[in-house]
Design a protein around this ligand. Structure first.
Ligand SMILES: Nc1ncnc2c1ncn2[C@@H]1O[C@H](COP(=O)(O)OP(=O)(O)OP(=O)(O)O)[C@@H](O)[C@H]1O
Ligand SMILES: [Mg+2]
Length: 135
């Protein structure tokens, strides 16, 4: 499916529509350049799954947990170089526990992304319109 988004709010809305279809154990892999809107997309999705959770970028923390049942985890692999780095964050435990996982910068460690992941690719940046592909 392909969507167009003219604002961060619209990108959040597209994220919230996807969230309504998510099940425990789903992994949402996000692709796109710096500032594409990956975190905005996750913010919209989490607003449906656990409305009180404040979503912020895990660029430095690597992973944020937003509570919920099932648990919601938000990874950002921007600063991760390889699978060993990722292992030390507990990533593989989170992915296996039946949580819903959102993961930004999946380009960084392609081998760590589950084959059955829902892939969200956001093209565009700055003030330009975004093209969001979900497959
Ligand atoms: N259509 C749009 N969709 C999403 N964000 C938009 C859009 N138009 C403008 N923006 C702006 O682009 C920025 C997107 O920031 P966001 O943190 O979501 O990007 P990101 O892809 O997570 O970046 P990073 O790679 O640094 O994690 C915000 O400042 C937002 O206001
Ligand atoms: Mg981000």
């Amino acid at each position: 499916m392909i969507f167009k988004s003219g604002s961060a709010i619209q990108t959040e809305q597209i994220g919230s529509e996807l969230a309504k279809k998510l099940k425990p154990g789903d992994f949402v892999a996000l692709y796109g350049d710096l500032g594409a809107g990956k975190t905005a997309f996750v913010r919209g999705a989490v607003s449906v799954l656990n409305p009180r959770a404040p979503v912020c970028s895990p660029t430095y923390s690597i992973v944020n947990c937003y509570g919920g049942d099932p648990r919601i985890y938000h990874f950002d692999l921007y600063r991760i170089e390889n699978e060993d780095d990722l292992y030390s964050t507990g990533y593989y435990d989170y992915v296996e526990e039946g949580a819903i996982v959102f993961c930004e910068w999946c380009e960084k460690v392609p081998s760590a992304i589950p084959e059955n992941a829902i892939k969200v690719t956001i093209k565009g940046d700055g003030d330009s319109e975004r093209v969001i592909e979900i497959c």
